[in-house]
Design a protein around this ligand. Structure first.
Ligand SMILES: *Cc1c(COP(=O)(O)O)cnc(C)c1O
Length: 415
């Protein structure tokens, strides 16, 4: 915390300061297995706290609606060049404020309201912006859904193709929130071209793995690719849209002025830094460890009798089916919280329970790997999880685990 420039907050606003301090402490004393989170490096945090937040820069580099953008222009240009180099894409827009807005930009630029889109079902691993009825994607477009095969719990491409032939979607979306297996972009692109649909990959979760060359790249197979920058990519909260050159104009004009106003230049600078870091060898080594840790996580859980959706993982996350243990996802989150272990509840394919309760939890390794934890620590974490879940009604035991968790965390301070 000493390395963060919080002194001014403390002086000006002790109330907000108090909660930032508490949150910093929580992050330091908790094992964070939320697969969509990470610890952003100081350079990224600092860029977000920089004077760039002061600048209005509506428009794009060298074509702005405000004066004084000459330095801002260079930053956005860098972020775009780095995105193109890292992901090997033709065009990039780095302005989306979030992953959701990146997805919105694609749907609004390539479709008319009410057009059909083929998504993966939310309950099988898709995202809210993949056609949920409570989200713009489900309200303003006509969503159809593919799921996973009941037996393998992986995507059945025959089903995807049949649905695409039947419903004639204008866009097919692949790339997910809670799918532990690799996404086969090439096969999706073949189905899209046979059925006359555009293809979009949403690599929000796996962007860091893709950048490191440890997950197949969506390029050159997709028309559009969206991502967040704060998950495995380890940058600031935000989104990016990539696309083929032929869609560049329509994507840019949809992001601004279509759905956003001024870009968050402090965040775009932080994105540029994260993209630079993601191009280094250290980052590749980090992602290798993320994958190795996820494999150890999966195997250790299986050894203790836990059932994993699809039987394991090729990515940074595992999905645990807690039905055999007789615990709901919601209960597991509460129990583990008392042991200072942070996870999220998640529906599993064909889940009999609602999204509020769920039969599963999702566990990911990006955060603990950033802290420097390895196989030994992952095995220890799995033993903590198992002890907590099996002693869920024993306050004393849960408290003991919490103390052990804190001791482990002390050895691997994220900040
Ligand atoms: C996280 C996520 C998003 C949305 O990101 P936000 O920045 O929270 O809007 C979109 N798609 C997928 C697949 C995600 O996992």
């Amino acid at each position: 915390m000493e390395r963060m420039n919080y002194k001014d907050i403390k002086k000006v606003d002790p109330e907000v300061w108090k909660w930032i301090k508490e949150e910093t402490k929580r992050e330091r004393e908790t094992i964070n297995l939320i697969a969509s989170e990470n610890f952003a490096p100081f350079s990224v945090l600092s860029a977000q706290g920089s004077v760039l937040t002061n600048k209005y820069a509506e428009g794009y580099s060298f074509a702005r609606y405000y004066g004084g953008c000459q330095f801002i222009d260079q930053i956005e240009k860098l972020a775009i060049e780095r995105t193109k180099a890292l992901f090997n894409c033709e065009h990039a827009n780095v302005q989306p404020h979030s992953g959701s807005q990146a997805n919105m930009a694609v749907y609004y630029s390539s479709l008319k309201l009410g057009d059909a889109i083929l998504f993966m079902d939310l309950r099988a691993g898709g995202h809210l912006t993949h056609g949920s009825s409570v989200n713009f994607s489900g309200k303003f477009f006509k969503p159809y859904f593919y799921g996973v095969d009941k037996k393998t719990e992986t995507i059945d491409f025959n089903v995807v193709e049949d649905l695409a032939k039947k419903h004639k979607p204008k866009l097919i979306v692949c790339g997910y929130t809670a799918y532990p297996r690799k996404v086969d972009f090439k096969t999706f692109s073949e189905i899209a071209s046979r059925t006359g649909a555009y293809l979009m990959a949403d690599i929000a979760h796996i962007a860091g793995l893709v950048a490191a060359g440890l997950h197949p790249s969506p390029h050159p197979f997709t028309d559009f690719t969206t991502t967040t920058t704060h998950k495995t990519l380890r940058g600031p909260r935000g989104g990016i849209v990539m696309c083929k050159d032929e869609f560049a104009k329509q994507i840019d004009s949809t992001v601004f002025p279509g759905i956003q106003g001024g870009p968050l230049m402090h965040v775009i600078a932080a994105k540029a830094i994260a993209l630079h870091l993601a191009s280094t060898n250290e980052f590749k080594e980090y992602q290798k460890k993320v994958l190795a840790n996820a494999k150890i996580l999966a195997n250790s859980l299986k050894k203790l009798g836990y059932r994993l959706v699809s039987g394991g993982t090729d990515t940074h996350l595992v999905l645990v089916d807690l039905k055999p243990q007789g615990i709901t996802g919601k209960e597991a989150v509460e129990i583990l919280k008392r042991a200072n272990i942070c996870v999220n509840k998640n529906t599993i394919p064909f889940d009999p329970l609602s999204a509020r309760l769920t039969s599963g939890i999702r566990l990911g390794t990006p955060s603990v790997t950033t802290q420097g934890m390895g196989g030994k620590e992952i095995e220890l974490i799995v033993s903590f999880i198992h002890r907590a879940l099996t002693n869920r009604n024993d306050d004393k035991k849960l408290k003991l685990i919490r103390e052990e968790v804190k001791t482990l965390c002390k050895k691997f301070p994220p900040y």
